[in-house]
Design a binder for this molecule. Sequence first.
Ligand code: E4P
Length: 217
Amino acid sequence: MKFFVDTADVAAIKELNDLGMVDGVTTNPSLILKSGRDILEVTREICDMVEGPVSAEVVATEAKDMIAEGLKLAKIASNIAIKVPLTWAGLTACKAFASEGHMVNVTLCFSAAQAILAAKAGAKFISPFIGRLDDINLDGIQLIEDIRTIYDNYDFDTEILAASIRNVNHITEVARIGADVITAPPAVIKAMANHVLTDKGLEQFLADWAKTGQNIL
Ligand code: E4P
């Protein structure tokens, strides 16, 4: 399973990247806003640091304008994945980008039917948003399972990029199902290391060690 980090915070990406935890990065207009940085400048900085795909999102709503924006974003670096929304215009732009050899991440996917269209349009990645489905009491994990079954039925090459990840359970659940990639905020990736029994066990070991009166160094 590949790990993408869902942020435009360069320091947070660097920390995880230095540990070998980062296979790619996803950004979106809200994350660019949060970073307070210029999209072209921050995306270039991320692409220089990370070897894998870096998703940069178009903001136009008409296909021809999306294509113009996407081509400009793609010029930033060879590892840019152009991110387009799952609208008819987005699928049209996806097909155009894919035909020219660009990686495309089709985002804002909320149904298996949408995921089929993205695969047919040549998307490299489909991004189903788990957390936002959970927010309205729909089953985001079930959606990942449905897309996995459908893509396997027809040998679609499009990779399932589980997005809108809010907690560690989301990650382990989609890993069990066989999502190809997860994209998660840095804090959620770091939280994967936490376990209450690890903390408790360590506390006990340290207390016992202190009683031995020994030092290792
Ligand atoms: C994916 O590429 C998106 O940037 C992201 O996962 C959205 O997550 P959110 O629902 O937490 O905003």
